[in-house]
Design a protein around this ligand. Sequence first.
Ligand code: BGC
Length: 756
Amino acid sequence: MKRILIPLLLALTLSACTAPEKKNAPAYLDPSVPLEQRVEDALARMTREEKVAMTHAQSKFSSPGVPRLGIAEVWHTDGPHGIRPEVLWDKWSQAGWTNDSSTAFPALSALAASWDRDLALLFGRSIGEEARYRKKDILLGPGVNMGRTPLNGRTFEYMGEDPYLAAQMVVPYVRGVQENGVAACVKHFAMNNQEVRRTETNSIVDDRTLYEIYLPAFKAAVTEGDAWAIMGSYNLYNGQFNCHNKRLLCDILKGEWGFDGVVVSDWGGCRDDDEPVTNGLDIEMGTGTDGLTGSGNPYDLYHLANPYLERLKDGRADEAGLDDKARRILRTIFQTSMSPGAHYGRFVSPEHYAAARKIAAESIVLLKNDGVLPLQIADGGSLLVVGENAYKKLTVGGGSTNLKTKQEIIPLEALHEYFDGKVKVSWERGYVGDITTTFDRVDTGQDLRDERSPETLIADAVAAAAEADVILFIGGLNKSANQDNEGTDRTQLELPYGQEEVIRALAETGKPLVVVNISGSAIAMPWADVAGAIVQGWYGGSENGRALVDVLTGAVNPSGKLPFTVPFRLEDGPLKTERQYPGIREEGQRYWDEYYDEGVYIGYRWYDTQGIPVQFPFGYGLSYTTFEYSDAKVAHKVVKGAGTTAVSEATGSGKTLQTVTVRVKNTGPVAGAEVVQLYVADPEASVDRPAKELKGFQKVFLQPGEAKTVSFDLDRAALSWFDAGNHSWVAEPGTFQILVGSSSTDIRTTAEFQLK
Ligand code: BGC
């Protein structure tokens, strides 16, 4: 018996170790078969019911595959800054997993402030790896809505106020994510530029403004980044909800841009039974099911569930439309979990922390420095840190970007770590802002209660300053309601919680004062004169404290530049009326109309054209070294037919018409990086155009004394405006000015050329 059993067991073990025969595997299961063939093969095997099932959620964050055919379900996850902790199948509450604490990467406004395409790629790659490890197929982000008002509660999730900057940064991010077999779902398409009444606001925008300002970053994500998914936004445009907006989704996204990926609704953003069938929505997510306690599966009640099936059965919807949705979803599945290169990803790895720290440090913007930075405190000296944001953990909160992170190094901890007892580091709160430590049941474990009155808090901080060599104030906003937060907008541009009084009181001590503002959006700084140095920090994620200390101590020479303007006052901005913001509603009208009367004039396009002074301009940021610009030259490239090439694209690479070169030299004492910015002005245009528009930038790293020639290629797209009447881009003959500089107002060298 034994004699027979052993060889038999051996044979069985051996056969279990050999790869299964793939010979007769259907084409859709064979990763070596071309994508479109797999899609068609799978589609041909599916029933109508199976196709409809794929078009709507089965849980809070997943939508079905085809279980019968072994086609994987689709797992979606927030968000652009880290992988969201698991929630319950059908509830927003935490699932209570103990293996879902992720790396927190910096917020996207920080990434934009790095003006570094390589870092955007690194960000995308790193978060894509985390998504893959957590078995997520669609990453809900990045967001590229434009900074129309600094009050928008989600400014921290977006990439600033300039369409070119956002377009340049979103493309490598998307590519990096998707290298991992994870779809980037670019959001929120489109004109979701405020949180106030976000589901009831109808954006009224002219076509020139739409094409020049609000679409380019989305378009670049699709046509250059090859984004596999797009999320429709909550608001309406032209009176139709954007999750099933025919013009945006069918005509522009899938028509003009040829998008072949999936359109995913924002959670609960699908609002109708009919429109989603025909108007470009592919997957309906988040329509409320809590409370739908009737019998059966509540997800069957989704607009794209039973109501869709009924329409197909009685001929009100066609099978071709359903096949189109199913094809797109299958394509996504075969590009992600069932893709040929599917791998396992990586999670909270040392490389991810290093990436988070690097991105966070490179994004910090030095706004003012009278010489107090980098910090030079002799051993035995003393540093007084004041302010809630030196201590409060900021990765928790903010809405769907809320994270449960394995590690968050707060600034105070990083300062102790750096000075290591050689300099005395003490902390005073200075003010009490937001004492909540919990969001969506993720708790930071901190106790932020403090019963002291505002006067006492200030008095305590001032008293502690007596023995300090330097005072470091670290305040700003946080992620609670009416701060940098989804679902609400800010109510003021000024710092909240009486921080201005704290800053002024600290300045009066006469001690060197550094103010670090941590926020995701611009704040007014009427106190700027009293601070010796001002630093714009961000929600920097897991390594925020260390990144900040890197810059404060000079280990990293700051090279971040503002991705938005910091105005003196809110009133200086382009939104002057209620009809512009937050919108108006006539009696009896269901939704609020919001008129984009300012047209293309948002951000620096407004301030610079109007000649309105600002606290700190777009693109601004200092260094511990200095840079000298010289020799701007335009070399006309002879391109056959260049003068007559029709322009149909605003972004994207066309034929190079002009090459602009400029020499940049590091004239200071330390190595550093400068973001060289190129703006184009078209003073002879037949329509009003902004005084200048960003059309190129490059970050150059220079040793002390080193000089490099930076070169920019300009195509017709860089010279064009959108002619709504003819629905085309126009580059008009005439003189164009090239303005090269260190910010939108610090133009160092200029050149001109004629477009014939
Ligand atoms: C947000 C999206 C997010 C989704 C899922 C929505 O409320 O607007 O940005 O991806 O929820 O959490």
